[in-house]
Design a protein around this ligand. Structure first.
Ligand SMILES: [Zn+2]
Length: 79
């Protein structure tokens, strides 16, 4: 279940909440009733996902390390 971080625009109250995608997004601050804003930057799940993707495709296999110099050499030749 993804974790959403919310922050109240009125009082600044910030909190994380576990919600499924089908759940309605929170819009009202539980502290003061002010408008809530979803904070995507502090959600670890989404960030981790894209970060892992990059690292995985680059250094996933150990053979990539030895083939990397050769690849750049042939690239130079081609270009
Ligand atoms: Zn509030």
């Amino acid at each position: 279940m993804p974790t959403y971080a919310y922050r109240c625009a009125a009082c600044g109250h910030a909190f994380d909440i576990h919600q499924s995608f089908s759940d309605d997004a929170l819009t009202v601050c539980p502290e003061c009733g002010g408008p809530l804003r979803k904070q995507y930057g502090s959600v670890g799940v989404t960030f981790k996902g894209s970060g892992f993707y990059r690292t995985d495709s680059r250094g996933g296999s150990s053979s990539t390390t030895s083939s990397a110099p050769a690849a750049s050499t042939s690239a130079k030749k081609t270009a």
